[in-house]
Design a protein around this ligand. Structure first.
Ligand code: HEM
Length: 461
């Protein structure tokens, strides 16, 4: 056992916030027990039985679950400033990055980075996405030859990390993505936090870490942003997200944007821009492996739109069905299954009182699976996101990227990444799912396949 006091006078930064059993993540995990395959089932059942606003008293605080689109709109748009972000227990992942802030400071931090996500930038990014996809294809060609089975979320995570590093930071990944992936996984499964609770050693002023796997994982993670910054630029491009962040650090009129802010922004992107994108692509590959006619339609669409050359940003708009597959995947498996806020003022939602301090969970998964808003909600039907059907959708019934001013900064870009990756990968390979069926879900900070998604890959002739 390591005695913290021996190593450092105070708990190291990367362990701060770990093991907080008051964190809502622990409490939500407990609420999900009862259905081995789908931890969302208990919450879905509660919503069906007790309506769109459910107040659950949990010791010192109340958690209010919302499943109605109008209530989502109230929290995300109409009264957005009265519901602030909740990030307790996630400090090691996000630090003080913009995703964790509210009000004027959030706006100030977001502003210099916003231009990197303007759709005009996508044409510039696509060649870098393609380099990363090609590298993944080389790797899969090897796996096809060896016949080895592999876990898909790890594969898509490393792809997403490579795309972000190349396109947004002008860097080749200076870290081993498989090691970093495992570290992030260790941390985001909140039940692991228990293992690193800092315990006071009986009869002394020392603290000890009972199990230090998670703390070590976070140490690796904490070093990643500095490694990215220190790595050589690939092409010394002038306008990248990283150069925008550097400019904000150098701006004397913006002292809050210090070097730590820059490090934390990178941390945020390397988590928020990889985990979610990777889960979506992995689930899309699972669904298309189960529906060979969908995989065939994606291949045909690719053939028609860009034929034997590589796709460009102009082609992206025409990959209508492939993009709809990605959108439908985010409906069935929203990576962020619940958006959490803390009420700062008294409010009334659906006739129920909300008190300052209440934790409010916008239960996206519940609404995405509700028969009230989706016909045959458990069936995978990309057509819902095409043509007239898409136009008829009631606002706020689909919130995989959040909503209002705090919606995902990288959402549109991630759809470009995933649509192109799905199209290109399926045109060369056929995937054979070899994992447990159904895969089952685990819901912690994100919604993940219970035991990963295992596949074998085959080259198409
Ligand atoms: C399928 C892919 C993605 C999904 C499902 C997703 C989901 C979300 C959601 C739901 C939020 C809002 C959270 C809330 O309101 O509590 C969010 C915010 C955010 N996302 Fe994404 N995201 C994805 C991809 C990306 C990418 C590619 C990036 C960047 C490279 C990114 C960066 C961010 C950032 C920085 C925020 C915080 C924005 C702010 O607070 O102003 N995300 N994302």
């Amino acid at each position: 056992m390591t005695t913290l006091a021996e190593a450092t006078p105070a708990a190291p930064a990367h362990t701060q916030g770990l093991g907080d059993e008051n964190s809502i993540w622990f409490k939500l995990t407990a609420l999900q027990r009862g259905n081995e395959q789908n931890p969302m089932a208990t919450l879905m059942h509660l919503a069906e039985r007790y309506g769109g606003v459910i107040r659950v008293n949990m010791g010192t605080e109340a958690v209010v679950f919302l499943t109605e689109p109008d209530h989502f709109k109230r929290v995300l748009v109409t009264k957005v400033d009265d519901y602030i972000k909740y990030f307790d227990g996630l400090k090691p992942i996000f630090g003080k990055s913009m995703i964790t802030h509210d009000g004027a400071l959030w706006q100030k931090v977001r502003m210099p980075q916003q231009p990197a996500f303007h759709p005009d930038m996508f044409a510039e990014y696509i060649p870098y996405f393609l380099v990363a996809i090609r590298a993944k294809m080389d790797l899969w060609a090897g796996l096809a030859k060896s016949g080895d089975s592999f876990e898909m979320v790890e594969q898509t995570w490393t792809l997403a990390a490579d795309m972000i590093c190349k396109a947004l930071f002008d860097r080749d990944m200076p870290f081993n993505p498989h090691v970093v992936f495992k570290c992030v996984k260790t941390y985001t499964d909140v039940m692991n936090h228990k293992q690193v609770r800092l315990k006071k050693v009986h009869g002394s002023d020392d603290f000890e870490i009972a199990e230090d796997d998670t703390a070590k994982a976070m140490e690796v993670w904490a070093n990643v942003p500095a490694e990215v910054m220190a790595a050589n630029p690939r092409e010394a491009r002038e306008r990248t997200l990283l150069t925008m962040i550097d400019a904000a650090v150098a701006d004397p009129s913006f002292p809050e944007f210090d070097r730590q802010q820059a490090i934390d922004e990178l941390k945020q992107y390397l988590w928020a821009g990889t985990e979610t994108t990777a889960l979506t692509l992995a689930w899309a590959l699972y669904q298309t492996s189960k529906n060979p006619e969908m995989a065939a339609r994606i291949r045909e669409e690719g053939q028609q739109v860009y034929g034997d050359r590589e796709p460009t940003s102009a082609d992206y708009g025409s990959l209508v069905f492939t993009r709809a597959v990605i959108q439908e995947t985010m409906r069935l498996y929203p990576p962020i299954w619940g958006l959490i806020r803390v009420a700062t003022k008294e409010d009334e939602i659906g006739g129920k009182r909300i008190l300052p301090g209440d934790r409010v969970v916008l239960f996206a998964y519940g609404t995405h699976h509700s028969p009230k808003y989706w016909e045959d909600p458990e069936t995978f039907k990309p057509e819902r996101f095409m043509g007239e059907a898409a136009k008829k959708r009631k606002p706020y019934t689909y919130i995989p990227l959040g909503g209002g001013k705090r919606s995902c900064i990288g959402g549109a870009m991630s759809q470009v990444e995933n649509t192109l990756a799905l199209s290109i990968l399926l045109r060369r390979f056929r995937l054979e799912y070899t994992g447990i069926e159904p895969p089952g879900l685990t819901a912690t900070v994100t919604l993940t396949p219970k035991a990963g998604l295992h596949f074998k890959v085959h080259e198409l002739g």
